[in-house]
Design a protein around this ligand. Sequence first.
Ligand SMILES: [Zn+2]
Length: 108
Amino acid sequence: MSNFVWCHGPSCHKSHTQDRIRGVKGSKVLRTKKVQQTQYNSGERLSMYSYFCSQGCYNDFANTYVREVIAIAPRTEALETPIEVTKVQDTYWNNQTYMRTEIKTVDN
Ligand SMILES: [Zn+2]
């Protein structure tokens, strides 16, 4: 049994690719692609690739529905991660020294 969902890309059925062509001569259509549900994109591995056939279709969906998507978890203030910043002397491939900034996350 085939287990799939239709790609949620709002323009998936408008892409001119051979694998979207369906129907018989005289009444052919471009059809939304199927997204197979496999062990790699379902269950624990559920991701955008469970619902979209491509990065392009995902971007089309996200750009079309960005207001609705943001409304799910709006960010009203900045988040912060406590860190410690130290300067560390390091060496290039030619043994010339330089100072680099090292950032470590501080657990609270
Ligand atoms: Zn698609």
